[in-house]
Structures are given as structure tokens and as C-alpha cells.
Design a protein. Sequence first.
Length: 329
Amino acid sequence: MRKALIVGIDYYSHITNLGGCVNDALAVRGVLERNADGTLNFPTPNVLIGTNDTQPVTKTELKSAVRELFVDDSDVALFYFAGHGYLEDTGGYLCTSDSVDGDDGLALSEVMTFANQSSAKNKVIILDSCHGGSAGSNAIARTMTEISDGVTILTASTATQYALETGDGSGVFTRLFVDALNGAAANLVGDITPGSVYAHIDQSLGTWAQRPVFKTNVKKFVSLRKVDPPIALADLQALTTHFPTADHDFLLDPAYEPERSPGQENDPSIPPPDPEKNAIFQVLQKYVRVNLVRPVDAPHMWHAAMGSKSCELTVLGQHYWKLVSEGLI
């Protein structure tokens, strides 16, 4: 069972309204609800959006929804929030539509209590709000983080930073988060994990931009969404067939390459294409495209084949070779 609570608040009765949080929440719902192949991922997520004075999100409503999210032993309980955040010496807060001073919003310490005490196997908290990086911090020792087993926190900015918008109705962080879930952060088997999402967002932001924060206490990352992998699983599993060892040099010759340069078609010194070798070479080229294999002493695989050189596994290729050889893929 995978549960998600997705919250976006634009309307505030007493503090400045926002303009893109509802759009962000709906975008996150749209990408999380199903995997890329259409199968259900987070079915029927609970979505709270504060759009105007007739549809606010109150503190009572938000607290009740967060409690309900973490109340049972689901496989994944994911909480996404986009809206105002507030920070003072007692900690951070998620501002709701009825917030007046900021510290009357939902305390992040309460969110963390629900998550830390939850029996859900994986608790994922994603905050696109100012000062979200304070989540999980000890109220007394601010440099310490207290999160229980199975909890992961990903925030748009540090405890002291503001979360910025793109200018076209979306948060900078959520735009990158949605891109990551759409496949930009997928591994070679199509899984998107909190760690890969953070890496994508971190690499996409400049040194002087807001800095995302990632805190986790897990033994293994859970997949947040699956997309079509960049290489077929059968081809990936064939790594150990084509490369008997991780440091194997795969010797090539012109028979592997189906294409010939003008004037080479009738050259008796060049063996003709071999269909069986051509099929293997096609798989090797797929490996090259996803950085698993590289030609040795040649700029491209064509040159390696026509020059009777070789190809070898990259460092990433050796990593996936090990996973395949140990039966982990």
C-alpha cells in the first residue's frame, strides 16, 4: 500500500497569498499517481489545495491529514507540501490558510513526530516551502537531526533560505522534482528514488541558488516512481554474457560492423558483416549510449570494430555488471 498526501496552498487569510503552490501540488499529483506505463503508483492520493476563501486549508485540517497519512503500516507514506514556511527560535512551521503570525501553523516538529512514530515502512517528506530544511532538526542542538528508521526528508531550501518560484506559476524546486519523476532521475532499470531525485535537483541548481536539503535514515531507497528504462532489461542482464569478467576486453573486428565506408564494400582485406556479430554489436552500442561500455583506443565503436580494437566496461558498467552477477537485477 502506497499513500500520498499532497498539499498546495495559495490562499492565506492574513499573510501574503502565493501564486504557484496549487499548480505545483496538482503537477505532483499528476506525475505520482501512476507510473509511466499507466499502472497505479500512489492510487487516490489525498490532495488538499487552498485556492480562495471558500476553499482554504486550515491547520486543523492539515494536521488531521498528516496524522492519517502516517497512522498505519503502509509500504510508503509520502507527504508533499507547497506553501509558506516560517522559522523562529522554537523551530519551523508550515503555514496554513488561517495562519496569522506563522508560528500558529503546523509545527514541523509535529510532522516529524507523526513520521518518526509511524509504523509505515518508508516515510517520505517533501517540502517546497521557505525554511523547510529545519525539518528533523533538534530544537536545542540545531546542527543535529533526529529522524527514525525509514524516514527521508527532501526540502527546497535550507533552514535559513527562501524557496524561489520560476516566475511562470511554479516553484523552482517542484519544477525540478516533477522533471526528476518524469524520468530525469531514473536509473537503468527505470526506478526513481529519493536519492536520485535529490542528485538531479542538486546538480540542476547553481552554487549561489537555493540549496536543497536531503536527510535520510534508510537501509535501502524505495522507488518513488517507475519509468521506461533507457535499455531493455534483457540487454542489461546480458552484460555478464558479453563480459565474462568486469575487466574483460571484448575484441572486435570488421565483421561486427554492418556499415562500410565508400570504397570498402569490395575490399578483400575487410571481412564482410556477420549477422550474428552484428546483433551482438547492436547490443554493445546500446551499452555505449547509456555509458556502460566504451571503445578502447578509438573515438567511436565503428572505428574500434573496423580497426580490430576492443571495448570495455566503464566504471558504471562494472557497477551494473556486479549487480547482474550477484542476481540483484
